[in-house]
Design a protein around this ligand. Structure first.
Ligand code: SAM
Ligand code: SF4
Length: 408
């Protein structure tokens, strides 16, 4: 029985893709190992969203040449967005790579494994091993059709398409029957989901109707697709997490237009207000130093953050990605970008600390992800002295907040 060591780079979308590929390998009789030394196959799932992410994946591929050379028969599969962007150039530069399979080809992973004879001599198992974790990631869309001017995703993952709800709901059912408590629906613009008129809100309601479901999350929604139907669904369905990760990218209407985000600062503020009124905590992604970002534009981002009081934010320096329109624009000085990033990170640190502090004295339902750490519905981390089984769901009173952890 071949053992597979998995190395995933990048976001939750990639983690979901990795899970899908691992299930394919499991169906062909492989098991997963946490020890590289024991592995027969290394599956590397890569990200190319920023240059840094791609470099990390490639340097890992370079480093494991030694692992492959140490024992005959070992194999390396290089998949995901960096594999899509670089294609067969990877094999030229790193001849120890056995299979390069781009992100657009993930649906064909099983047939590629067959074609390449990677598991020669291995007996397939008829029944696919079921993932036993308490949180289950499920892809509901592939690709993205938004074409934000800085983003490489639409080029490496292709146009957006929604997956059949029948299939999605069958996966939800199977995951819940296997013990999952929380479902995370994934897509690059997850709230643009629409399968022949079957909307994202309808899907949320259907998933919530499973008795065994405790909590439902979704990632990444786009501000443009937040509509009345969605807000009403949040109000009606308390199983939907009281948290949204809503990437805003900027608080300047001018920069948002340059980025082709299709919303203004004012529209964003109105949507953030509507979410807060329902009791939804908001975290976000922000890009600092987009070409032509002036002090006034940056200040708009800063004041928006002050007003929105995000519970967390990933702040990225603009990274020009070859092939995107923004990569052709003149970059602004790195010194200015660093300075702005520092100011923004400081602002986010304050708002995040304040958001955690607001939870003091409240009672929260915690889903444990390690024996002493779990998450609340509004996505705050809680730590306990007492140990709980992973997957336990416990109502706990919050005694104290320390920066970005709640103590119970
Ligand atoms: N689809 C999501 C959305 O549009 O809201 C975001 C998905 S993207 C994989 C994750 C984050 O990476 C984005 O929200 C953005 O902040 C960041 N990102 C994407 N391209 C970038 C670039 N060229 N430079 C810096 N950050 C970038
Ligand atoms: Fe990239 Fe924009 Fe699509 Fe998000 S919505 S994946 S940022 S193109």
């Amino acid at each position: 029985m071949k053992k597979v060591y998995l190395q995933t780079f990048g976001c939750q979308m990639n983690e979901a893709d990795s899970e899908e590929m691992m299930l394919t390998l499991a169906a062909k009789g492989c098991t997963q190992t946490q020890k590289l030394e024991d592995a027969d196959i290394v599956l590397i799932n890569t990200c190319t969203i920023r240059e840094h992410a791609e470099h990390k994946a490639i340097s890992y591929l370079g480093r494991i040449a030694k692992w492959k050379a140490a024992k005959e028969g070992r194999k390396i599969i290089f998949t995901g967005c960096a594999a899509q962007r670089l294609g067969q150039k990877i094999k030229k530069k790193f001849p120890h790579t056995d299979i390069v399979n781009g992100a657009k080809n993930i649906d064909n992973f099983a047939s590629i494994i067959e074609k390449e004879n990677l598991l020669e001599g291995q007996i397939s198992e008829a029944i696919c091993q079921q993932n036993k974790s308490s949180i289950r990631l499920i892809n509901i869309m592939r690709g993205c059709s938004c074409k934000c001017s800085y983003c490489i995703v639409p080029y490496v993952r292709g146009e957006a398409y929604s997956l059949d709800p029948k299939n999605i709901l069958a996966q939800v059912d199977a995951a819940l029957n296997a013990g999952a408590k929380e479902i995370v629906l994934l897509g690059q613009t997850v709230n643009a989901y629409n399968y022949k008129g079957f909307s994202f809100s309808k899907l949320l309601r259907e998933v919530c109707s499973f008795d065994k479901l405790l909590r439902l999350r979704y990632l990444s929604p786009h501000p443009m697709f937040i509509n009345e139907e969605f807000l009403q669904t949040l109000k009606d369905c308390p199983k939907i997490a009281r948290h949204i990760h809503l990437p805003i990218q900027s608080g300047s209407t001018k920069i948002l237009a340059d980025m082709k985000r299709n919303y203004t600062r004012e529209e964003l503020l109105a949507k953030l207000k509507a979410l807060k009124e329902i009791g939804i905590e908001v975290s976000t992604d922000i890009i600092v130093g987009y070409p032509k970002e002036t002090e006034a534009d940056f200040n708009d981002t800063l004041t928006l953050c002050k007003e929105a009081q995000f519970s967390a934010a990933y702040c990225f320096k603009f990274s020009p990605r070859k092939g995107t329109p923004a990569a052709l624009l003149k970059e602004i000085s790195q010194e200015i970008v660093e300075k702005r990033l520092d100011i923004l990170l400081n602002e986010i640190k304050q708002s995040s600390k304040a958001a955690y502090a607001r939870q003091n004295g409240t009672t929260q339902q915690v889903l444990f992800e390690t024996p002493t750490n779990g998450r609340t519905s509004n996505n705050f981390w809680v730590r306990t002295k007492k140990k709980y089984p992973i997957g336990a769901v416990v109502d706990l009173q919050i005694k104290e907040s320390k920066d970005t952890i709640l103590l119970a």
